[in-house]
Design a protein around this ligand. Structure first.
Ligand SMILES: [Zn+2]
Length: 451
């Protein structure tokens, strides 16, 4: 089994409460995709690409004569007697159902089609895994694109983001750029990440290829994604957010946050970027979107990701699992000196191989059983590709809303196993104990920078 497949198996094992081998068996089940020729075949391919990161996808019947599930796109004729799941999309909505779908017409915007691919992938993963322990999927599932809340007309005009920054080059950063290629983005975006590509992330970083393992995450993403953008210049910064921001005359106007730590999120807010557009995933169960523009009277990123007791529990399990101190884990990255200490309790590891990687990543690789056994362990596990893909799409939507000046909401929690619900958007207030916006010393800084 590849490391990427193992990450999926661990996530599923944790969700189902079974062991890794049983989870792997479920994820090895085949899905056959049957599509009609033409433009819907492109959409079928997009679904296949996303779905194939989690389960075993085939387009040729000879390769899957007896699939577990056959996904039938639009008006295609089923080719097997397997359980059929039908999916189709039109100009205003998309549907996944257990019976043939009629009445959808018109060609959707490619960003809508990408969102529909996420929704259908969730339905297929649920059907093929076939367990009551997974989050519920309600079929038929209908995605009305209007529920995404994209400001009218914003998909049809260019958007200049100026000099933007992207904190993190992991799964959500990949998903953001995959979705953003459908928008006419202009300006410059610097992708910031100090880490190198580990094999385990190939199941969800959609731009990466096998040969990128070992290279810098930021550079690999920028190199692979640039051909998708003609007017947006991508740059890479190999280092942390602070090392990027500090030499600049002022913090970036717009920062997209895709890192996987609450602690790092609070630090990014502390560097005082004017606009933050943030997306995160909670294991495989939730996607959270937040945005703010300084100065604001409402929640900032540090209000949303305040320090919580579970953070300690998670850091403690990682520290215990790897045999290091809590303070080491809080630094985020394994240094040469820490690597030497880890090798003492884990003699099978070569110290040089783990320098510069995140504690989370190593913990996932080494301590899978421990991660499964602990309630907080699930937070360390990696979500399925479609969950990260949803996060990237919704982050693009939030960017469009923020640039359109929409301030009536700043927070959206979305269930990636079902379709987004517009009325679930909320306006989160400022937290009185926030370590950024409740501190009086930040106020003059915010005002001198951003008025
Ligand atoms: Zn705050």
């Amino acid at each position: 089994m590849t490391k990427a497949a193992q990450q999926n198996a661990l996530m599923l094992a944790s969700l189902l409460g079974v062991d890794e081998a049983k989870a792997s068996e479920r994820l090895a089940r085949a899905v056959l995709i049957t599509a009609p020729p033409g433009e819907k075949a492109e959409w079928a391919f997009e679904i296949g690409e996303l779905l194939g990161r989690t389960v075993n996808v085939r387009f040729a019947q000879a390769e899957a004569p007896h699939p577990e599930v056959e996904l039938v796109i639009a008006d295609a004729t089923p080719r097997t007697g397997a359980l059929h799941l039908y999916a189709d999309l039109g100009f205003t909505n998309a549907v996944a159902a257990l019976h043939p779908i009629a009445g959808l017409s018109g060609r959707p915007h490619p960003l809508h089609a990408a969102a529909a691919a996420c929704a259908v992938t969730a339905a297929v993963v649920h059907t093929v895994v076939g367990s009551e322990s997974l989050p519920q999927v309600r079929l038929p599932m209908r995605l009305d694109y209007s529920q995404l809340g994209i400001p009218p007309g914003s998909l049809d005009r260019p958007l200049d983001i100026g000099s933007g920054a992207m904190a993190g080059a992991g799964a959500i950063a990949h998903a953001f750029l995959r979705a953003a290629r459908h928008v006419d983005l202009r300006g410059e975006l610097t992708v910031i990440d100090p880490k190198t590509v580990q094999a385990g992330i190939l199941n969800r970083c959609l731009y990466l290829r096998e040969e990128d393992i070992g290279s810098d995450k930021a550079t690999a993403l920028v190199t692979r994604a640039q051909p998708d953008f003609s007017e947006l210049r991508l740059r890479a910064h190999v280092g942390d957010f602070k090392s990027y921001v500090r030499p600049l005359p002022r913090p970036p106007e717009t920062t997209f946050v895709t890192v996987d730590s609450r602690h790092v999120r609070r630090h990014i807010q502390g560097e005082v970027p004017r606009r933050i557009v943030d997306a995160s995933t909670t294991d495989a169960r939730g996607v959270v979107i937040h945005s703010n523009v300084l100065p604001t009277d409402n929640a900032c990123l540090a209000c949303i990701y305040r320090h919580v007791p579970e953070e300690h529990a998670r850091e403690r399990s990682i520290a215990e699992g790897l045999g290091v101190d809590l303070a080491d884990v809080r630094t985020g990255l394994i240094t040469a000196e820490i690597a030497q200490r880890i090798v003492r309790t884990h003699p099978a590891i070569v110290a040089e191989d783990i320098v510069g990687i995140a504690f989370d990543s190593l913990f996932r690789q080494l301590c899978s059983e421990q991660a499964l056994a602990l309630p907080e362990g699930r937070q360390v596990l990696a979500p399925f590709a479609f969950v990260s893909a949803w996060a990237g799409i919704l982050q693009v939507v939030e960017m469009l809303r923020s640039f359109a000046g929409m301030k009536e909401t700043n927070y959206w929690q979305v269930d990636p196993w079902n379709t987004p619900v517009a009325r679930a958007r909320t306006l989160r207030p400022r937290h009185p104990e926030c370590q950024f916006c409740s501190k009086p010393e930040y106020r003059p800084i915010i005002h001198s920078l951003w008025g």
